[in-house]
Design a protein around this ligand. Structure first.
Ligand SMILES: [Ca+2]
Ligand SMILES: [Ca+2]
Length: 170
């Protein structure tokens, strides 16, 4: 004896279901609109804040890359214009060098006061002599240590200013 599966519907039954199905009422449409109106704004703001965070971290990476690049460039120069102590004081570009053209620089402190812009960032350099016991205080005479700082400012205001600081020994 053949058994019919219990879930199988006859063609007649299907026709009855289709005939009996009604359209979506106005009340149902309004309820869907209300639910969407409640759910979508928080979703958009959630996606928006995520996007802002990604942009911030990308800007931070770019800024750090630019600061490191300039720092490496400075560190690749001689410690001082003079090859041996007493080293030069005050610091900055030397005779025949142009403060506005870093292609003329040949030692680290020539970059003191240098500024450049790239990709919406301004990079400013300060170089001064320090005592190795106190790296943040300028020593107004030559020492065997120079503190180089590259300060980064985001002209778009996306990220906070920061400084990359390195101590170099003669
Ligand atoms: Ca020089
Ligand atoms: Ca110099």
């Amino acid at each position: 004896m053949m058994r019919r599966p219990a879930y199988r519907l006859s063609n007649m039954a299907i026709r009855e279901i289709i005939k009996g199905s009604r359209g979506i009422s106005l009340v149902e449409i309004l309820m869907v609109i209300v639910v969407m109106a409640i759910a979508i704004p928080p979703l958009i703001s959630f996606i928006g804040s995520g996007t802002v965070k990604i942009v911030d971290s990308e800007r931070r990476m770019v800024a750090l890359g630019l600061a490191q690049g300039l720092m490496e460039e400075i560190k690749s120069q001689h410690y001082d214009e003079k090859a041996a102590p007493p080293y030069s004081y005050p610091l900055g570009p030397d005779t025949g060098e142009n403060a506005g053209d870093k292609a003329t620089f040949d030692d680290m402190d020539d970059y003191d006061g240098w500024q450049e812009s790239s990709r919406g960032f301004t990079l400013s350099v300060t170089v001064f002599y320090v005592d190795p016991a106190d790296l943040n205080t300028m020593v107004p005479s030559e020492t065997l240590h120079k503190r180089i700082a590259v300060q980064v400012h985001d002209t778009y205001g996306t990220i906070d200013d920061f400084s990359l600081v390195t101590l170099v020994a003669a």
